[in-house]
Design a protein around this ligand. Sequence first.
Ligand SMILES: [Zn+2]
Ligand SMILES: [Zn+2]
Length: 272
Amino acid sequence: MGVQETSQPVTGDGAAGECPSTDKPFGDKVKGIVEGFLDVLLPRCCVLCRSPLSMGAYRWICPSCAGKIPTPPAACPRCALPFPSEAALADSPGHLCANCRRGAHRFAKAYSLGLYEGSLRELIHHYKYGGKIHLKDDLVTLLLERAGLMARGSAYNAMVHVPMHHSRLVSREFDQSRVLASELGRRTGMPHLPRVLERIHATPAQVGLSKVERRRNVRSAFRVVKPEAIANKRLLLVDDVMTSGATVNECTRMLQRSGASAVEVVTLARAM
Ligand SMILES: [Zn+2]
Ligand SMILES: [Zn+2]
């Protein structure tokens, strides 16, 4: 987790019936019928704008709000750090950011939906701090549609998530990265190995720290519990938000030390 923030007030609850009810057609499959039936009893509304929802590609956000989540910007092809403009990639699609040119990252590649701002940030806030675990449905849909994971799925042998320390689970109630990886696995068939990587220190929040302090903060915070499960495997490492990359870098270091042959990273967003 590159970004640690305190709980923010969020609007709307997405699953309650405060938005106006709407008649919805029942689907012709059992799942559609059940969902439609529940929608009539408990009308769902968009978690971002509160307008009534009908069945579509997304379950908890409306098509209009989904459209406002920008497609990934022009970014470093290795670490997904957004570039200020498209110009950097216009003549040279392989142009790397200064950090990657310095060899700052151990992972081979990082994918992300986009910058941690606007409606994407709001959606992640609802998910992480608002207890809206059900938003995993739409976050994973967005990852599959926009972060290129559908095409890349066969490139990995398994997924590992950046785990939360058990002491933080008490206040957060669920490990958002674990839930994301589990849902991603369910939708793609890619095995998720939830107990391979363990966070052994409850590291202080990274927010406000310099790059050097972030690296020091997470150094030795993780251990690999079952090295035999990842030996010679190509892994996809899943986290929620990546800022400097210090956390995913440290996890990559431990995974590679335990025998992983390659590690790529996917996060919901890149924070600057
Ligand atoms: Zn909306
Ligand atoms: Zn880069």
